[in-house]
Design a binder for this molecule. Sequence first.
Ligand code: COS
Length: 384
Amino acid sequence: MALDNETFALMKDAVARFVQERLVPAEDIVEETNDVPEEIIGEMRELGLFGLSIPEEYGGLGLSMLQECEIIHELCKASLAFRSVIGTTVGIGSQGLVMTGTDEQKEQYLPRLASGEIISSFCLTEPEAGSDAASLRTTAVRDGGDYVLNGTKRFITNALRAGMLTVMARTNPDKKGASGISAFLVDPKTPGITIAKADDKMGQRGTKTSDVIFEDARIPASALLGGEEGQGFYTAMKVLDRGRLHLSSVSTGISERILAEALNYAAERKQFGTAIGEFQLVQALLADSQAELFAGKAMTLDAAQKYDNKEDISMLAACCKMFTTEAAGKIADRAVQIHGGSGYMSEYKVERFYRDVRLLRLYEGTTQIQQLVIARNMLKTLTN
Ligand code: COS
């Protein structure tokens, strides 16, 4: 399901206005306080932003992937901390439940996630299992009507804000790889779960990541996602395929904002008696960024459309994630260059955005993991 075109256009306009009137003016407060003001989170709830990807029958907006990408692109024309508040609920934190949850599990969580009453987090990464996600060590041992969880999850976005964790843990220690992993829907208030203090990061102030530690945390067997053991890794991979399209739109949105900052500066800043935008070497920096932005937007929307048409987009999502996040890095770098010495000063926002976008090439699969996924899929076509 998707919103009809007219309602969707209104929604997109409302988000664009919200970004300009509320989010951009609040960027400095987020930077100073390292948090997103509660008032703004309340307004995000009212706009329905937490429910973008949750089906209408559970109180969400039920956007298509194409529509979600367009909204996320708009939203990411402001500091990435704002998108991060809704990001895990819209994306990786909830989509395992949407894709494979039982009716009871959906009833239990989706309406509260859609309204923003609770936020969800996705707990896959561990201290010893990053890119090699299938080697994760957190265990979930069946004990009567419960599972008992032990292990540590790392860099978990929004764990400190979460009311529901999607946790990947090993239920079958005899199976070392993917097939021994199951997914669980976990209440973070469960005794035996500790959410550590927020990590200090290079950028993206206002976003919250932390360790989540499980020490004999007892959860009911009904928390097993989809009611089936051994499906957790496959679900996580499907969630990440989709998440990589979402992140591509994060990258194009912030790239568009950064390029606008660079363009405005190039038009205003005068050297040698003229605006620096008149110089061909500065024009080359602007033009390369514009072309990469255009390509990134086009490929992301094309892949999102294919996702909506139920085509296999694993390889395309990896292409989009790799291209758009690498482009965001280059666009931010050129923006700093166009700003000259001022680009290194925190008074100008390109310095902040330059640090913020560095993360895009790392999370939800590094560029090198995207390359691996792309090449493996290419090779698979030869053997099929
Ligand atoms: N959709 C569904 N199933 C998938 C899949 C996908 N996109 N990708 C892989 N699988 C399946 C495979 O078919 C395979 O199935 P079998 O067990 O039946 O053979 C299984 O999962 C394991 O796949 P594979 O052998 O390719 O796993 P690897 O351990 O070699 O690595 C990568 C897979 C590297 C692609 C995976 O670990 C990965 O994406 N790593 C990055 C993790 C990441 O993004 N972390 C960020 C944390 S979240 S912010």
